[in-house]
Ligand binder design. Structure first.
Ligand SMILES: Cc1cc2nc3c(=O)[nH]c(=O)nc-3n(C[C@H](O)[C@H](O)[C@H](O)COP(=O)(O)OP(=O)(O)OC[C@H]3O[C@@H](n4cnc5c(N)ncnc54)[C@H](O)[C@@H]3O)c2cc1C
Ligand code: SF4
Length: 328
């Protein structure tokens, strides 16, 4: 299958990129951003919602920062995974994305904005035509969702990127730039429970960078990932945990987030807070938090592993991620 032709634009600054996007949209043309292209281009090859114009961010130097408190959207995952420059939890998560070859091109921004996935959608055009399409790429047919039919409104494709839950537990802020100027928000508020729109980006808006708090070095953490093949597969479930100890050595704060279990990555403050409020007691608390999170997550049947297995493994991975807190 051939990649459909598109016009490629190569701005060198954020403001130029936003301007090009605004001008193209004013002419009625549809655009996509491309960063490393490791997800967008395979999707184009399969004729999945390809646009007439693609704006590459590859030449924008100002988006390539990599430090403990700031990572540009165009920072390559290979540089992030190298460690040393970023928080160890972020490096560990980046190291678990795809393969080393893909990480050389893949970027932080592309990972955060990764399209949601579903086995009824991530297929070639002929295959999708044979099932009469689905809501996410209906080719004008008004096709229904194949996973939750008879609702024809919501796509429940799965968000299967690794970095977001780790940025969430470290309290990252995401910075956006678009035709209406710049804005910043907690990364937890960036995602939208809709497999088609995915996040709160407005037309022509892009992710510029993420910032982490100045005290991020005081947080420790762990990321657990379930996947089909360890060599390069997308997460089937992922659990990120980060914690900070108080001056007396006791557990002061704990955050847990999951990925690959619904259309967004999710922070589980509501499940963690009651256990912390009751007083942390090692193994017992770990079991209570892990069970509470297992009960909350509701994966659907659209990835490689069955939903019940992913749900059970969420508890197991939660217990593993909190293993270092057994003695607190
Ligand atoms: C075989 C294989 C295995 C993979 N395994 C994993 C895995 O284990 N874990 C994982 O997380 N991912 C995996 N991926 C997906 C992908 O490679 C990574 O998520 C990668 O980080 C995407 O980054 P990119 O720069 O290549 O994104 P691109 O493909 O360039 O873009 C991805 C999406 O983000 C949008 N986008 C990119 N940058 C911006 C920006 N700055 N602002 C707004 N929108 C933007 C694009 O428009 C597009 O919709 C895998 C891919 C392949 C092919
Ligand atoms: S969840 Fe439904 S609408 Fe979304 S990609 Fe899958 S089948 Fe299509």
């Amino acid at each position: 299958m051939r990649t459909p032709p598109f016009n490629l634009h190569l701005p060198t600054t954020v403001s130029e990129a936003v301007q090009i996007s605004a001008e193209l949209r004013a002419e009625g043309r549809e655009t996509d951003w491309v960063a490393g292209g490791t997800d967008l281009l395979p999707n184009y090859k399969w004729h999945l919602n390809a646009k007439s114009d693609v704006i590459s961010l590859a030449r924008i130097e100002e988006m390539t920062t990599v430090s403990m408190t700031e990572i540009g959207a165009m920072a390559r995952l290979s540089e992030i995974a190298d460690g040393g420059k970023v928080h160890p939890l972020i490096a560990e998560a980046a190291k678990k994305v795809a393969s080393s070859l893909i990480r050389n091109s893949a970027t932080l921004g592309g990972n955060i904005c990764l399209d949601t996935r579903c086995f009824w959608f991530n297929q070639g055009e002929d295959w999708r035509a044979s099932i009469d399409w689905c809501l996410k790429c209906d080719c004008g047919t008004g096709a229904d969702c194949r996973v939750i039919p008879n609702q024809n409104e919501l796509c429940v494709a799965t968000y299967q990127a690794d970095l977001a839950p780790n940025l969430m537990v470290l309290d990252a802020t995401i910075h956006l730039a678009g035709p209406d100027g710049e804005r910043s928000l907690p990364i937890c508020d960036f995602f939208k429970l809709d497999g088609i729109t995915r996040n709160v980006l407005r037309e022509g808006e892009m992710v510029v960078k993420v910032n982490l708090p100045d005290d991020v070095g005081q947080w420790r953490g762990e990321y657990q990932k379930l996947r089909l093949r360890e060599s390069w597969d997308f997460p089937e479930a992922g659990v990120a945990a980060a914690w900070r100890l108080g001056s007396d050595g006791s557990l002061a704060e704990l955050k847990i987030a999951t990925t690959a279990l619904e259309s967004i990555p999710r922070l589980h403050d509501q499940e963690v807070a009651p256990v912390i409020a009751a007083g942390w007691s090692g193994e017992e608390s770990i079991t209570a938090v892990a069970k509470a999170i297992q009960l909350t997550v509701k994966p659907v049947n659209n990835t490689a592993f069955p939903p019940n297995y992913r749900k059970k493994m969420t508890r197991v991975m939660c217990e593993r991620a909190l293993g270092q807190l057994r003695d607190y």
